[in-house]
Design a binder for this molecule. Structure first.
Ligand code: SAM
Length: 298
């Protein structure tokens, strides 16, 4: 209870009158959403299979490969052939945003620094047609194994998985683009109506995550090629993990590369306190989420 008071007080302090809308978004039932894996299937084929299974789905303007289903459809989706074959991946709409805005291209060296279970890694492979040189780093053995199995199922054969603390990656490595989808408190994904979903959240977790996030950012800046792009994201709404952690990139000399997120249906943005960054308000469609993009001078 104390931890939830801390969350509510922080949101009120940071977002003022918008805190109520955020709390409502953290208490509503989110729709089931998935990404069509275009490395293996096209949307039309998947929509046909969903229809045949009695599942209604609708596309999302601005997110070409996303489909939205009624809440609670996950178990029905897991029974589909398309799921078994890796033609679709259950993924929140918010978590589809960072790979889109990293802007990776075929032929580039790309690092996904905290990557398991591989949702964004596989989306990066999809967006580059399987032609980028992707390294996916993950500290946790069980999660790394799960990512390997997901990547295999989704047909992302050329991804190099490294099981390591990303802070200890070799300093001679260099990447054109780095996605740091950082470990965080998950405050933007909580379901306030479900005690179980809030059990892991704590003020201590927020402070510890913020410390780790800054260490990971420092490493990412070292591994970035001149002219390279670093996209930092969290599924938290708290400024200590967002604007404050992301501020580390500027302190280290990176240049802000503002993100404009126009035309994505159902998206409601908040003022996260860092110009050029994006803070997504949780609602029926989107989880609470944060992104900031920076570039290294050429
Ligand atoms: N990007 C993933 C996706 O879309 O599927 C989700 C990543 S999750 C937010 C953060 C991940 O970072 C967790 O799997 C966690 O185990 C991992 N992690 C935590 N500390 C790390 C570290 N020091 N080095 C590498 N990975 C780390």
């Amino acid at each position: 209870m104390m931890e939830m008071d801390y969350l509510k007080e922080s949101l009120l302090r940071e977002y003022g009158g918008e805190a109520e809308e955020i709390l409502a978004g953290l208490s509503c039932r989110r729709r089931t959403t998935l990404r069509v894996n275009t490395l293996k299937a096209d949307r039309g084929r998947v929509e046909e299979e969903l229809r045949a299974a009695g599942l209604s789905s609708s596309p999302v303007q601005g997110l070409a490969d996303a489909l939205v289903l009624p809440s609670g459809s996950e178990s029905a989706v897991r029974k589909l052939g398309a799921y078994e074959n890796g033609e679709i991946y259950l993924q929140s709409l918010s978590s589809m945003l960072p790979p889109l805005f990293l802007g990776a291209e075929a032929g580039e060296d790309v690092l996904d620094m905290a990557a398991a279970p591989g949702g964004k890694t596989s989306q990066l492979a999809q967006l580059t047609g399987g032609h980028a040189f992707i390294t996916a780093c993950e500290i946790n053995h069980i999660r790394a194994e799960r990512m390997k199995s997901n990547l295999k199922k989704l047909g992302c054969g050329r991804v190099n998985v490294i099981e390591r603390d990303a802070r200890k990656l070799d300093d001679f490595l260099r990447f054109d683009r780095i996605l740091l989808d950082a470990p965080c408190s998950g405050s933007g994904t909580l379901d306030l109506t479900d005690e179980g979903s809030c059990k892991a959240f704590s003020e201590k977790l927020v402070h510890n995550s913020a410390r780790l996030q800054k260490e990971l950012i420092r490493k990412a800046v070292r591994l970035l090629k001149p002219g390279g792009t670093l996209l930092y994201s969290t599924c938290s709404l708290l400024r200590e993990e967002n604007a404050e952690s992301a501020g580390e990139m500027k302190k280290l000399g990176l240049l802000p590369d503002p993100i404009t997120l126009e035309g994505v249906e159902g998206l409601r943005l908040l003022d996260g306190g860092l110009p050029g960054s994006v803070t997504v308000c949780p609602n029926e469609f989107f989880e609470g989420f944060f992104m900031a993009r920076y570039k290294k001078a050429p």
